[in-house]
Design a binder for this molecule. Sequence first.
Ligand code: GTP
Length: 598
Amino acid sequence: FDTSHIRNFSIVAHIDHGKSTISDRILSLTRTVEERDMASQLLDTMDIERERGITIKSNAVRVMYDADDGETYQFNLIDTPGHVDFTYEVSRSLAACEGAVLVVDATQGVEAQTVSNANLAMNANLDIVPAINKIDLPSAHPDEVRAEIEDELAIPADDAVCVSGKTGEGIHDLLEAIVVLVSPPTGDINAPLKALILDSYFDEYRGVVAMVRIFDGSITKGDELHMMQANYDFLVDGVGVKRPAETPVDELSVGEVGFVVTGLKDPEAVRVGDTLTGASRRCPAPLPGYREAKPMVYTGLFPIDNKDYENLRDALDKLHVNDPSLVWTPETSAALGFGFRVGFLGLLHMEVVKERLEREFDLGLIATSPSVDYHVFKTDGDMIAVRSPQDLPEPVNIEHIEEPFLRASIICPPEFTGAVMQLAIEHRGITTDMVHLTERSVEMHFDIPLAELILDFFDQLKSRTKGYASLDYEFSGYREADLVRLDILLAGDEVDALSFIVHRDKAYALARGLCDRLKEIIPRQLFEVPIQGAIGNKIIARSTVKARRKDVLAKCYGGDISRKRKLLEKQKEGKRRMKAIGSVEVPQEAFLAILKVD
Ligand code: GTP
């Protein structure tokens, strides 16, 4: 078996630099997908991705390319997620490749994730093909960007290809560059099977389907395989490739990328990052780099209808198959009933998971305010991990609390450094250093609590820098902080699901902001609803939702029955998204109101 005509590569980029647009261009130029079938951004299969224009799950597509040298090449194009929450998925996809196309927006230049993705690609020893995108735009400055790629990334940019994902200009040159610059895979077809699971998904009829990259050996239908980390055997029900529709093939051979139908009904059995080998003829050691993705943020997820609790558990199990970073433990709330405390890589990840649960599994859910993983040192000498405000011990039993800190890196044009520093100070951040990267970009480093970053930091950063700043971060350790639990009382009753752990210095302002915000969110009820913010027994803020007077049906004059029905229908729809807390109807956005407090 000859691997010299295979090229496995990923496209990596800072968010919005045009990775998906370029992938689509490659599919249409190679006639993998006919022009008329070309729904924009084909690789982003999930609705949520398409709507938000972001790529979340990796996807691998096989493309046949007739190159200028007269030969036909098999390209396996592995799409990677672009948001900072999903670095682990990027590194996993890169492990399946020999090369990476590094896309840089010709109008924006090198940004924080360009740097982090380039580093990931270089650490994975990949051949890098720089591509400068959006050259159709009048504000494009490809020569400066070329210089940035050399200066800031230390990647030779002589071979950089100028392209436009929009017009298609330069895409042919890019494909030629991939043939020349990216090495073909190596490996031994006669050695025992060694394949990396780079993605997987659950299918009602076929069970778990795993996307794999083969490093040694081959897979055909009927093979008996073994998963090394999960320590689990199964019989191959079929193999195929995505083009991008699933296409069965007879065999997946060394160097190739494709899918394996496992037939397994237990979503837990297949773990992304695991190594596949033969059940009887095993490779000596699994592929390196397998690690569990660590959640950063925890929120409570509660079904609006308590009957959905088991359905929510099943749905989480299913999502876990292709999202191993998702972790959860049962949580009980006096206000919301039975639910789960779920760990996420970041808030975007949380939103995406919540939306998928709601759409794909038809669940009505309430998410409660996010919390990080606090280390609470108790007076009795024990240390406990607290991920939910409800689990915080009584203040008298707390010796001290430590919170996770990040080392954040922000790149922005020099005129915004003042605004960025101000923002960091407001979020308890400490500037450690500042480097001029080029004339038009400064990189600043901060030590900042993770809890501050997960609130509205990113949106604030974007708005205060007119969208120019980019952010990247890594975990840097735990530090002591003066933290308290802020409780919210509705109509005099404490609502546990609205509690929040905050820094003492910020508690008053947050409590006031939150009370005002909740007053707007909670609709008027038949009676007056006081909202109070409290630390322990001390009330530190309050507001009131006034009583409602109007009857919805009053304006219908009893006449038009269909209109009446519509109104009632609308009311019901509104109700679906509400949760009765004691006697108060609370809409779901109230539980995340903390994210919207200035
Ligand atoms: P994520 O998947 O979210 O990381 O984004 P991406 O890097 O895949 O970017 P995407 O392809 O979604 O492009 C981002 C935006 O830039 C979209 O609005 C595209 O239409 C636009 N865009 C992409 N390529 C070009 C180009 O060559 N020229 C112009 N003018 N716009 C482009």
